[in-house]
Write a protein that binds this ligand. Structure first.
Ligand SMILES: Cc1cc2nc3c(=O)[nH]c(=O)nc-3n(C[C@H](O)[C@H](O)[C@H](O)COP(=O)(O)O)c2cc1C
Length: 195
């Protein structure tokens, strides 16, 4: 009997009422409905200093980056719901990725990204849904050898996108989240069988 895929899920914003947090909540609901085992975290629970190699040399990689790297490594897939800052990845998220990429255990790099399945959602209150941030994030994750699935959910006008239950008002977005979660679970399950 195969186990359900374990999916780590988080938003690239810790703002109160963040749209990306609402997208993560909608994804959590859908992934669970489709049978995945979901761990949703907040980057706010893993505060990190701004990446500075002097700090790394003097004090090592912060414990929170190591904890995050271990979390990545213990899941089959990672879904990231990102906002967009000035056409790109917000610093909270990029800084976390940069630190995680430096995490080591017993002198060996923790394989947080390599070979892991990734999935991206993006949101913004504008018409373009943060898609520039999503495409930059896709490039960064590919560079560190994550296998990011093609399917993604892009939520424009995010201030108006959710009903009082936190569900997407538009059928197009509900279907999009359904399809993306299905693709993520199928891809992660396939990779688990090959391991
Ligand atoms: C520094 C900064 C830059 C931003 N740049 C963009 C942008 O390029 N494109 C966009 O759609 N929204 C941009 N915004 C607006 C964000 O989409 C909006 O603040 C959004 O609520 C942030 O995501 P969150 O709700 O998940 O925290 C920017 C916001 C900030 C603070």
């Amino acid at each position: 009997m195969t186990r359900p895929p374990r999916i780590l899920l988080f938003a690239g914003s810790i703002r109160t009422g963040a749209y990306s947090g609402k997208v993560a909540a909608a994804a959590q609901k859908e992934l669970a409905l489709q049978g995945a085992e979901v761990t949703r975290i907040s980057l706010g629970d893993y505060p990190l200093p701004i990446m500075n190699q002097d700090l790394e040399t003097e004090e090592g990689v912060p414990e929170n980056a190591i904890k995050l790297a271990r979390l990545f490594a213990s899941h089959d897939a990672v879904m990231i719901c990102t906002p967009e800052y000035n056409g790109s990845i917000p610093p909270l998220l990029k800084n976390a990725i940069d630190w995680i990429s430096r995490a080591k255990e017993n002198g060996k790099p923790i394989r947080a990204f390599s070979g892991r399945i990734g999935c991206i959602c993006c949101s913004s209150n504008g018409h373009f849904a943060g898609i520039r941030s999503a495409s930059h994030l896709r490039q960064v994750l590919a560079h560190i050898q994550m296998d990011v699935i093609a399917s993604q959910v892009s939520v424009p006008n995010a201030g108006e996108a959710f009903d009082q239950n936190g569900d997407f008002k538009e059928e197009r977005l509900r279907n999009g989240m359904n399809r993306t979660c299905k693709a993520l679970i199928e891809t992660a399950s396939l990779c688990m069988q090959m391991d």
